[in-house]
Structure formats: C-alpha cells, structure tokens
Design a protein around this ligand. Structure first.
Ligand code: B4P
Length: 193
C-alpha cells in the first residue's frame, strides 16, 4: 500500500493536484473537505453542524472527521493506496490516522507539503469564490480565518511527520503542470515496487 498526504494551507492546490495524482497513480482520494461538503449537500445532521463551523473558517471537530476517514478506509479494503487531501489537520487527527493505518499493517509513506505565500492563497480563494458556490470562499474575512486556523492548529502536523523524516516541501506557486511534475517526481522515487 502506498499512502500519501498532500498537505498545505487552504488554497495551496491540494484539491487541484489530487485530481491529477489519483488519475496517474490509481490511489483512492480521501478529501475531508469533499466528504463534509457531501454531507452539507445531503442536509444530514452532521452536514448542518459542519456548515456552521466551515462558514466561520474554523475546523470541524476531530471526532467527526476521524470517524469519516475511519469509515472510508473500511469501505475500501482492496485499495492499493490512499491520497489524503486536507487530512490530517490537527495533531490528534495525525495520531488517529497512524493508529487506523497500523490496524491495516500500513503507514504513511510521504507527506508532500505545498508552499504558497499568503497573498497568493487569498487571491486564489477569492477567485474561486466567484464561481465555486462555496460560501467559505467568498468572504476575505473567512478566508483569513481559515489561514489562521492553519497556522494555529494544522502547521504542527508537518512537525509530527518530520520527526519520521517523511516531509518533502514542494514549491506550490507556478503552473499546475510544473507543480504536478515536482510532486510526481517525489512519488516515483518512493513508489518503486
Ligand atoms: P478543504 O476542502 O480541504 O479546502 P481548502 O483547504 O480550502 O483548499 P482546497 O484544497 O480545496 O483548494 P485548492 O488548494 O486545491 O477544506 C474546507 C473546510 O472544510 C475547512 O476550512 C474546514 O472547515 C473543513 N475541513 C476539511 N477537512 C478538515 C479536517 N481534516 N479537520 C477539520 N476540518 C476540516 O485550490 C484553491 C484554488 O487555487 C482553486 O481555485 C484552484 O483552481 C487554484 N489553484 C490551484 N493551483 C493553482 C496554481 N498552481 N496557480 C494558480 N491557481 C491555482
């Protein structure tokens, strides 16, 4: 099993690059943002609770996202690997993910961390907000709150994996294809069967 975390602040290109990476490597895409938006669209109780939190730019409680990931892992027992996009976002989520993978005698192979300036992040998310219909992308105040949550709660997740020498920093500015090539190179070096 090859398991990859695509990491970075909101708007760093995780969703964009994930689409291309799963097509190339046949990994199972697990995006907690997408899973939460599906719950919102289906108007489930979980979705209604999550929408309130996401619209403020805050993180959804750990137990909610860990439960979603646990179910998704169990639902895909024959996967050749997973691409985790937007998860883990806290130390508790990282620890829970390691425990869940250990039960499957697997682990995280690498964390690829996209590095993008705050100015560029805000610009990209406001632009996406013009067309995406995502309420958390239309308001600059909410976008900045998401970036603050990232610095306060999520950036430390990279420290967690750094102690196991699993983090590679990738320049996340430039063309989508160039960034994709840089990510692919790192995966190819580690995914030799
Ligand atoms: P997510 O859905 O994970 O979304 P995101 O961090 O805002 O970034 P995304 O990955 O979608 O955007 P991308 O960088 O691809 O999270 C949304 C919310 O859900 C969170 O705020 C939180 O409330 C909640 N949540 C999700 N996971 C959670 C968890 N684990 N724990 C708790 N809460 C959780 O792209 C952004 C834009 O940039 C796009 O428009 C794209 O076209 C553009 N772009 C990409 N690459 C570019 C490039 N190279 N050049 C120019 N533009 C580019």
């Amino acid at each position: 099993m090859f398991n990859l975390i695509l990491f970075g602040p909101p708007g760093s290109g995780k969703g964009t690059q994930s689409e291309k990476l799963i097509a190339k490597y046949g990994l199972n895409h697990l995006s907690t943002g997408d899973l939460l938006r599906s719950e919102i669209a289906a108007k489930t109780p979980l979705g209604l609770e999550a929408k309130n939190i996401m619209d403020k730019g805050q993180l959804v409680p750990d137990e909610v996202v860990i439960g979603m990931i646990s179910s998704a892992l169990d639902a895909n027992p024959t996967a050749k690997g997973f691409l985790f996009d937007g998860f883990p976002r806290t130390g508790a989520q990282a620890q829970a993910l390691d425990n869940l993978l250990e039960l499957k005698e697997a682990s995280i192979n690498v964390m690829l961390a996209l590095d993008v300036s705050e100015k560029e992040l805000v610009k990209r998310l406001l632009k996406r907000g013009e067309t995406s219909g995502r309420s958390d992308d239309t308001n600059e105040h909410v976008i900045r709150a998401r970036i603050t949550e990232y610095h306060n709660k999520t950036a430390i997740v990279a420290e967690y994996y750094r102690q196991f020498n699993k983090v590679v920093l990738i320049k996340g500015e430039g063309s989508v294809d160039d960034i994709f090539a840089a990510l692919s190179k790192e995966i190819d070096e580690r995914n030799k069967e």
